[in-house]
Design a protein around this ligand. Structure first.
Ligand code: MG
Length: 353
């Protein structure tokens, strides 16, 4: 008698079906009971107030404020060193030739609000007039900032374009010198552990309150003359602003992280990360080795390796296991305190010379 093969493990089709279920958008997940009395109420958020041309607005109470008119401490040059952009009259201004700047904090799926003003009187033409840009994923994906008021250029490079991919649906630009706003919903691309693309990046954006992109699907990185294919990268990376040689100003920059609230992550300066790398002797028998990996550190301990993410300039955590590392200095010696789970007191290590 012929019997049907029984799979000891789920078939590929079953795995795909499971994955598809796990990746269903929220609206396709089964709803709780109608009027369920135990359904959590939405958290209360004070919404902040809107900007005027004369005065910057304020951020909602649950936002990470990246610039509120004062110091530039949430920003740095791309390598983590202090930026040479300046603060003038409550706005931060690009100093031509000083380079891109990036946020110290990393963001994945998020809502970004920022305001910008291109220089007045306008100088140059086409891509040379009031050019800057808002980047997600480090410096990978650009929403163009340009003076597109009576300034002709190619469509996919005009203000609000997803550069070299999608023009904005409309040109909602204000004249140079006036404050304009972007409100952007960013969904980073998703990759599996092998670096294969699972889902492309998506952008929904409003320019001065007018919809310019509705769930646009990016085909890869943005760039002049080329559309770079996706290359795997961490989901959370800094935001960046472009120095394209024009003194574009920014103000009232805030981000609301979407999805589950996790620990904040920061991208630290290369020099600081390098100073933590090395082998740490722990007691007589154990050692821990830190190397550079991803946008943080990689820890090898007891034959197991995992990525460590910066929660502060000295504190790191793993996402796959409850392991934390706190770095400190004792004179010339670099120290680490490694804690695993509820590990009483932790393991103290000293970096080998
Ligand atoms: Mg640009």
């Amino acid at each position: 008698m012929k019997t049907r093969a029984i799979h000891p493990f789920p078939t590929p089709a079953a795995v795909l079906a499971l994955l598809a279920g796990a990746m269903l958008p929220a609206r396709c997940q089964p709803l709780p009971l109608g009027h369920d009395r135990n359904r959590p109420l939405p958290p209360v958020v004070a919404p902040g107030h809107s900007s005027t041309q004369d005065q910057a607005g304020s951020a909602p109470s649950d936002a990470v404020v990246l610039f509120a008119g004062g110091e530039l401490s949430a920003w740095c040059a791309m390598d983590g060193t202090p930026t040479r952009w300046v603060v003038k009259d409550g706005a931060m201004e690009c100093v031509p030739g000083s380079g891109y700047i990036r946020s110290q904090q990393c963001f994945g799926e998020c809502q970004l609000h920022l305001e910008f003003a291109t220089p007045t009187p306008p100088e140059g033409s086409s891509q040379g007039r009031g050019n800057s840009g808002v980047f997600f994923g480090g410096a990978r994906y650009e929403i163009q900032v340009l003076d597109s008021h009576e300034n002709k250029t190619y469509a996919d490079g005009s203000c609000g374009s997803i550069y070299n991919q999608y023009p904005p649906q409309v040109n909602a630009s204000r004249p140079p010198g006036q404050w304009q706003s972007y409100d952007i919903l960013w969904s980073p691309p998703k990759f599996d552990a092998e670096g294969t693309l699972l889902a492309p990046a998506r952008v929904t954006a409003f320019h001065n309150g007018v919809l310019i992109h509705h769930n646009a699907e990016l085909v890869g990185g943005t760039g002049w003359l080329q559309r770079a294919p996706y290359q795997a990268h961490p989901e959370k990376l800094p935001l960046a602003l472009q120095d394209h040689g024009n003194p574009v100003r920014y103000r009232n920059i805030w981000v609301r992280e979407l999805g589950p609230r996790a620990k904040p992550e920061f991208q630290l300066a290369d020099r600081l990360l390098d100073s933590y790398c090395g082998r740490y002797q722990i007691g007589r028998r154990e050692s821990a080795e830190f190397t550079r990996g991803g946008s943080g550190l990689r820890l090898k301990f007891q034959g197991v390796e995992f990525d460590m993410f910066a929660e502060s300039p000295t504190h790191f955590f793993a996402k796959t296991v409850d392991v934390q590392a706190e770095f400190s200095r004792d004179g010339d010696q670099q120290k680490v305190l490694l804690t695993i789970g509820e590990d009483e007191g932790g393991r103290r290590g000293t970096k080998a010379p």
